[in-house]
Design a protein. Structure first.
Lengths: 396, 396
């Protein structure tokens, strides 16, 4: 038979993929599984967005524009203005999810063999996009002791080679929940200017900041117009993960025109989802206030309960809805499988994401898991109780 | 400023992109422009699909499965069975449009530098997907004299190198309207088996066959399980171009598992569009009968009227809704621009797609245009009258 590609062989699996059959088996046996492993919130989508689709009057479901309509992009510029990000409609390219925004950005600025520096742990699919493009991820280690703060700039600088094209951050971070400070962003801005690199910031969790912390975007920085590229998405903001609408925002016209060529090849973003996304911009502030309060309470419950368990260390998240938790175990892949396959607590168990998949450096994160606090407080309390009971029994 | 990628520089523009500003200018001046240049049909989407979205009861617009739900894929297998294509749900990977299906297929079977042989003229975005993947398109010429029939197998064989990984056809063809015969498909099947290549068939126009001709799929061929990959989409079938739902169909498990890794990285196809696509499978046969009759009539009007013009040659399409037309001119890029910029007939003009963008060989197709018969018969008649008047005035 003809061979598949080398790149296809190298493409990483999702970190939880091999756990899925065990979760399915447990459910078939009647076991209740709490999903702490995924970033699919249980939060309701704003009604204004849902209604825009329910009440649509399309007769022919036609292509939309490859780069998104003028109307939607103009309204998006208005949304950014509220966040003190001053862009125009033509600084925005609408994409099929944040995933595609990142994919087009990588394709527009990097060739096979080029390098992108990413603080680890990082969103696992960055590995997938990089492999698909033949781009090399160069990780720079952050650690749980510092709550996953930005690594020292000297650590970045030591990794820069002639092949380095960009630094990529996720702010606030998946999987760390870390929110970069203004000072950290400023240091990165100086670094990328000095070395003529792109600074890509995945800001899909922009609204999800807690304890009075305010998000500081790379586009708040002056003189970074040619370097700064924002990756964005409606998925988390409006609990519309299934819409698949995102965007690239940059003042660098060459980058945006190049990304447009990739966008034209795939024709257009999904039309129904655009209706929902445009309407979602009318979401009242009260929606976000409620959602943010809910996440803060969930985080507080989660962190408080986790800290009660002996040998457990947790990085207190200031944003997004994930945290990295260090457990008194040796291999979280084995532990996560054991939870699904063997462990039962009143006929219930939990599914967590082993953290090794969020690191690029072999061996890191093996005693860590990522927990997404996308369940209600009661379920989170129960989940941590299950984790506690499991750790008391587990031997690896 | 940091450089964009070499690949980004090489990415082709859509063949009509540079004409768009001239069309917009003409419209601003109050000129009516008939769009013969695009594959966006004016046909209505089946109500069953529209209603599924209007009546949806989603409260949280969540991710769908990366590979499409079991239910949808099982129903899709039922659809293929009606077309005598015998596949199971797990031979299908649901994608975000046929575009993504082709992109994942290229990524799964080819590395940068690998080659794919494609009869030209071909769908222009094949160039885009190839450039994005660093894959080399090797064109094999078909011609208007033979109605764009399959080139002799010896012509394909002469182009096969150790880098050749696949042959790609579009059947029925965009932009040619040519429908490959059973005998032509059989010849290709023998060839790919002999040289251990993949045979990729873009069959998104499967239903659009005329004059009693029946579509013969690569998956009707026995013993081609490991070589055959179908690219499919709901876009044209149900006039749902804006849905962005397609699929890869193959019995080759390694290919499908590899494509799934690319699919997981982009998370999921758009959820609303999946509702529409699943419901669209209930579209009554009467819908297709009407649509096909309409296209046959349109084609008849178009070809009949075009053949009346001196010096015009047209390849009579047996499927899809495009045809390549040879004109008594030297450069259809210049002619198409002149039509929009200078020529007016009762304050109307037409927009056509210059054919050079559908060829990979430099210099071919310069006296040809692609016409999409996606307008009603009256508008088509008027459009051809405009073309005739234009040709009588035009000097290049």
């Amino acid at each position: 038979m003809p061979n598949i590609s080398r790149k296809g062989q190298l493409m990483p699996q999702s970190p939880i993929r091999k756990l899925v059959p065990y979760a399915e088996k447990a459910k078939k046996e009647g076991v209740n599984v709490y999903h702490l492993n995924i970033g699919q919130p249980d939060i309701k989508t704003p009604e204004v967005a849902l209604n825009a689709v329910k009440n649509n009057s399309l007769v022919t479901l036609a292509y939309s524009r490859s780069d998104g309509s003028d109307t939607y992009r103009t309204k998006l510029a208005g949304y950014y203005k509220k966040h003190d990000i001053h862009v125009r409609a033509d600084d925005i390219l609408v994409t099929t999810g944040g995933s595609e925004a990142l994919f087009f950005t990588f394709g527009s600025i990097m060739d096979p063999g080029d390098e992108v520096i990413i603080p680890e742990p990082f969103y696992a699919n960055y590995n997938g996009f990089s492999t698909a493009q033949g781009v090399k991820v160069v990780p720079v280690a952050s650690n749980i002791e510092s709550n996953f703060a930005l690594p020292p700039i000297a650590d970045f600088e030591a990794l820069i080679t002639p092949k380095t094209k960009a630094i990529l951050i996720c702010n606030p971070g998946n999987p760390t929940g870390y929110l970069y400070s203004k000072s950290e962003i400023k240091q990165l801005a100086i670094l990328v200017k000095k070395h003529d690199l792109f600074l890509i910031s995945d800001e899909v969790y922009r609204e999800f900041t807690y304890d009075g912390h305010v998000h500081y975007s790379i586009m708040h920085e002056k003189n970074l117009e040619l370097n700064a590229i924002i990756i964005d998405s409606v998925s988390k903001r409006y609990s519309m993960c299934g819409a698949r609408i995102g965007c690239i925002v940059t003042k660098n016209k060459t980058v945006l025109e190049t990304a447009l060529k990739f966008a034209q090849a795939r024709l257009s973003p999904p039309t129904y989802a655009l209706l929902a996304s445009e309407a979602a911009l009318e979401t009242p502030d009260s929606y976000f206030n409620e959602v943010i309060s809910e996440y803060v309470e969930r985080r507080n419950v989660l962190v408080e309960e986790l800290e009660k368990i002996d040998g457990v260390k947790v990085a207190n998240p200031k944003g997004a809805f994930y945290c990295i938790v260090e457990l008194p175990i040796n291999d979280s892949d084995v532990f996560a499988q054991w939870l699904l396959e063997k462990f039962r607590f009143k006929n219930e168990t939990i599914m967590v994401a082993p953290a090794a998949g969020f690191y690029s450096t072999e061996g890191l994160g093996k005693n860590q898991v990522r927990i997404a606090y996308v369940l209600n407080k009661k379920d989170l309390r129960t989940s941590v109780a299950i984790l506690k009971a499991a750790l008391s029994q587990y031997k690896d």
